[in-house]
Design a binder for this molecule. Sequence first.
Ligand SMILES: [Ca+2]
Ligand SMILES: [Ca+2]
Ligand SMILES: [Ca+2]
Length: 344
Amino acid sequence: MTYRSTTQCFVTFLFTAGVCAAGVIGAAADRSARPFGPEQATGAPNTPEAGEMPTAWVSLTPDSRKEWLLLEYPKAVKATAVRVVQTDNPGALERVTVFNHRGEEIEVWEGEDPTPPISSMGTSSVAVKVDFPVQRVKVYLDSAAVPGSNAIDAVGLVDDEKKIHWATSATASSSYADVESVQDLPKIPEGTVCVAHVDNTAEGKQSFADTGFGVRFTRPDGAARLVAIQLFCGRYGHPQPPQEDFHIYLLDGDWKLIKEWTCPYARIARGEQRWYTFGVVPTDVPREFGIGLCFNARQTKGIYVGVDTDVTTSHSYTGKPESGYQPVEPKHDWMVRGFLTPAQ
Ligand SMILES: [Ca+2]
Ligand SMILES: [Ca+2]
Ligand SMILES: [Ca+2]
């Protein structure tokens, strides 16, 4: 699991857009674009180095599913190639399609990414052989096959005069730009129903380096939307919190990701464990749902989650959305609660 702090990226990123090669046609990079959004794949390449840079598109989750990026160009051209500029964990490109004037999708390439996964970055060029002008291109990534975020900085459309056109708009299967941070709440929101298995006393505490926490809940009758979560936890490690976020997941009954939220590590005080209440963007939940947590803990930084052994049966799991969840044993539950409101 990779972790990134949007704030940190803003601070450290040096903007180098506007440096375009001769013969390049198309839009300049959209400076109002959201970090990591599909719009970051429009315009000419503007990501100066490999890594998690906000000037490239990154999917919502690093490895949990297949992803795609659909690009629109300023005009239809006689296309000869598509160039996919990959700036983090390349090698996941598995298919490229184009669209004819009737909107039909035509596959032009499928196979092994010309840029191998061992590269830090690279441009994959695939030939286009179609007898109609091209204005839309779709690239497909087998994200799960290449660990980490498979960032795409730009996608060039090469015409029969070898001019490269850059996209002016883009949409994607998902985007890390859609991750939202949770809000600190001073108290439990009024009019909510609590879903919980645990009491107020922790008989233990747990931290995981390479996996995360999951708790299953059943939505009560009349409650529909998750609006807040509560964690009984405390931070450990260096006194200064790391400049990164931990992750909170809303999962369905099959542990598939519905929504992800981030929370800065700094919101959790070092030392003694206590309840923290966080507001989330209200989100409808299925009858059976899960709440997941992932902290990317190390010896120097981590968060202990309270363990309640005073439960009649376990509802808790270890795992991560991309690798699945396994039930805990012996009997205990992670100290996590959810708060729901009726449907609007
Ligand atoms: Ca991936
Ligand atoms: Ca870009
Ligand atoms: Ca207890």
